[in-house]
Design a protein around this ligand. Structure first.
Ligand code: PRP
Length: 182
């Protein structure tokens, strides 16, 4: 009987972004955020569920006092841009310097909705940090202050990103085999 190992998972085509490149990118983003937010009232806001992996690593690369809070949202229909909040933040963000932490920005529709909701709550500032940026798929033009790694238009899994709930725990970003997609 064999043991499971992600390197031999038949669904995984190959590694698109390695663990080492992710770690270096997260560290660099943390360094920039630390420099930019010194003396501010930083609140990191993350969207469940995929973003938590990146958040957990990023927050430990930010050498400042900060708070963590979470939201969950659900699409009425995939890609429609119509979203509803299924879990709201626990704390007020009024007067806080809010940084939205996302694992990936694809069409930008999720973020566009989220930013409009958060802006109404009068934060002192509102900015975005994403680890992966699938910018060729963008449908809305959004300012992204901190963007880690541009990726091509492929279905990717790992480091928070899932396929039907699986693979979020892969320590790298991987592409799927075409057969799995079909
Ligand atoms: C991902 C990601 C963003 C969204 C980006 O979440 O965390 O929230 O997709 O896509 P967009 O730019 O096209 O709107 P997903 O819907 O996969 O939820 P999950 O984190 O729970 O897997």
């Amino acid at each position: 009987m064999g043991f499971y190992h992600s390197m031999h998972d038949p669904a995984i085509e190959g590694i698109l972004v390695s663990t080492e490149v992710i770690a270096d990118t997260v560290s660099e983003l943390g360094r920039r955020i630390t420099a930019d937010y010194a003396g501010k009232n930083l609140a990191l806001v993350t969207v469940l569920r995929g973003g938590v992996i990146f958040l957990a690593d990023l927050c430990r690369e930010i050498d400042l006092p900060l708070s963590l809070d979470f939201m969950a949202i659900s699409s009425y229909s995939p890609g429609a841009g119509a979203v509803r909040i299924t879990k709201d933040l626990d704390d007020s963000i009024t007067g806080r310097d809010v940084l939205v932490v996302e694992d990936i920005i694809d069409t930008g529709l999720t973020l566009n909705y989220l930013l409009s909701v958060l802006r109404q709550r009068d934060p002192a500032s509102l900015a975005v940090c994403t680890l992966f940026d699938k910018d060729v798929r963008r449908l809305v033009d959004l300012p992204i202050e901190y963007s880690g790694i541009r990726i091509p238009d492929r279905f990717v899994i790992g480091y928070g990103l899932d396929l039907m709930g699986r693979y979020r725990n892969l320590p790298f970003l991987a592409t799927l085999r075409e057969e799995v997609m079909e």
